[in-house]
Design a binder for this molecule. Structure first.
Ligand code: ZN
Length: 511
């Protein structure tokens, strides 16, 4: 029996707005002392009236547009009734039959192996708005005796994105969530941090049998009762929980007892298992009805005003095209919007630096697009990222401007400084934010371009290292690498390594 996983996701993301969804409380007081970021509306006092937050609606529509969804002209809020202490009103204001958007899609790429990419499509069922619930804190000792409730989070604007059951593996689910997170960050509508709880995900999964010789395609329209997985607090948790559930359900199928009803299971990250919580209530259990305190929204005008910035995939493709980068390089650069912005400014500053250097000295070789791509990706993605990691910095906190970074690359490119010394300068720059040419002067790190000086050092190194010379004579070509290292050491990193190697080989050839 061949079984195929059928997976759909429901994602909640907190929207970055100034105020909560239906009241004027600040939308950043989640971590304030408990129950201080509240007002009569968000704690559901009788007689209070909700007000729709326009920027939450705009943000929701931006997300929907980015997901290629059809934005509604008419939308309304509904009451979703259920009783739980995190919901002071006894209902949540959500959207039922007229969400802000429906029917979209996201096309993604997934790495099958190192250099084999595959495209897949995930349909978007709907995008709707709602309010977040309060946070419960259960007694730390686990005795189940005390539960506290903090209403600070209650009323935070949430967008819910529901996908079609189009995902076929845990890896696809993870790839979808990662791309969605990046999109939300590019749109600047949510921090979308799963670990901090401002992006949350439930996953629905069932299996179905793939016929050996399908006579027609009808089987793909068949779905078994799904299991909803809750409490997935990281990408890793989503992947692991789905993997676990595939194994668990496969066993049930093989035993001839596939799940017969919908159920909800919670993921226990520490134990690595899912635990049955309840069999699922249908939407009728929530007794949805239109929110009588809010008028339906006419979105005809507002949806025309929605414009979205360049999305991650478009930016990757543009980077490949415009800057001659490989897909892997473009992908890494675009993984963080701030890093991509930085890279983009480095490219443009670098063009200015190199053209000004070239106009001053006609002997300078022009920077080809290939060389430019290599220079920026090597120094940005490997060296700068490495230095930042070492000093626990990131592109937002590092004291280095794209202009100074581009100047450093120009210095490398025009042989003003060697690679090893440029790395020392880069280290200084991230700490002090200073100009690279000033650091180079102050620390005397400029490249040695005086060939007679270099020639002297080369001869000295050969005299001082007879064993290495002997090795070279015996045919051990790696001995040259050692000698280049010695030249670099004696010259305090200032000798151009390629030139040093050439001179060493020339001298050795004479011996
Ligand atoms: Zn409030």
């Amino acid at each position: 029996m061949r079984l195929e996983p059928v997976i759909g996701l429901e994602i909640h993301a907190q929207l970055k707005t100034h105020t909560k969804m239906f009241c004027a409380c600040p939308n950043r007081g989640e971590l304030d002392p408990p129950n201080t970021n509240i007002c009569p509306t968000c704690v559901g006092h009788p007689g209070t009236l909700p007000n729709i937050n326009r920027s939450a609606v705009m943000n929701g529509l931006k997300i929907a547009k980015a997901l290629g969804s059809q934005l509604a002209t008419r939308s309304k809020f509904d009451r979703k009734n259920y009783f739980y202490p995190d919901l002071p009103k006894g209902y949540q204001i959500s959207q039922f039959d007229l969400p802000i958007a429906e029917r979209g899609e996201l096309i993604l790429r997934i790495n099958e192996s190192q250099d084999d990419e595959r495209e897949f499509r995930v349909g978007i069922t709907r995008v709707h708005l709602e309010e977040d619930a309060a946070k419960l804190q259960h007694s730390g000792t686990g005795d189940g005796k005390v539960s506290l409730v903090d209403y600070n989070r209650g009323g935070t604007p949430l967008v819910e994105i529901v996908t079609e059951p189009d995902l076929r593996s845990p890896a696809e689910a993870k790839a979808f969530l990662q791309e969605l997170r990046l999109m939300l960050r590019y749109l600047n509508v949510s921090d979308a941090d799963m670990e901090k709880g401002n992006m949350r995900c439930d996953a629905n999964i069932s299996l179905r049998e793939v016929p050996d010789n399908p006579l027609n395609e009808d089987w793909v329209k068949q779905f078994s009762p799904k299991t909803e997985l809750k409490n997935l607090n990281s990408f890793r948790a989503v992947e692991r929980a789905l993997e676990y559930e595939i194994k668990r359900q496969t066993k049930l199928w093989l035993d001839g007892k596939p799940p017969a009803i919908q159920s909800t299971r919670g993921w226990d990250d520490a134990r690595g298992v899912t635990i049955e919580q309840r069999t699922k209530e249908g939407s009728s259990d929530y007794r949805y009805f239109p929110e009588p305190d809010l008028p339906p929204m006419d979105l005809t005008e507002i949806r025309e005003q929605i414009s979205i910035s360049e999305l991650p995939e478009a930016r990757r493709l543009r980077f490949m095209e415009q800057y001659n980068l490989s897909r892997a390089e473009a992908k890494t650069m675009c993984e963080q919007k701030e890093l991509a912005d930085f890279a983009e400014r480095v490219f443009s500053e670098l063009d200015e630096w190199t053209s000004s250097v070239a106009s001053a000295d006609p002997n300078i070789e022009p920077l080809t697009p290939e060389r430019r791509a290599k220079l920026v990706s090597g120094w940005l993605l490997t060296k700068l990222v490495g230095v930042m990691t070492e000093h626990k910095l990131d592109i937002r906190t590092v004291k280095i401007t794209p202009e100074n970074f581009a100047e450093l690359l120009t210095m490398v490119q025009t042989n003003k400084v060697t690679g090893p010394n440029a790395l020392i300068i880069l280290n200084e720059m991230t700490q002090a934010g200073a100009d690279p040419s000033i650091i180079m002067e102050e620390k005397n790190l400029g490249q040695m371009n005086d060939l007679s000086k270099l020639d002297k050092i080369v001869k000295q190194v050969l005299t001082d290292n007879p064993p290495a010379v002997e090795d070279w004579r015996k045919g051990k070509t790696t001995a040259v690498q050692f000698l280049v290292g010695q030249v670099m050491k004696v010259s305090r990193g200032k000798a151009p390594p390629e030139e040093a190697r050439r001179l060493l080989e020339e001298e050795l050839g004479k011996m």
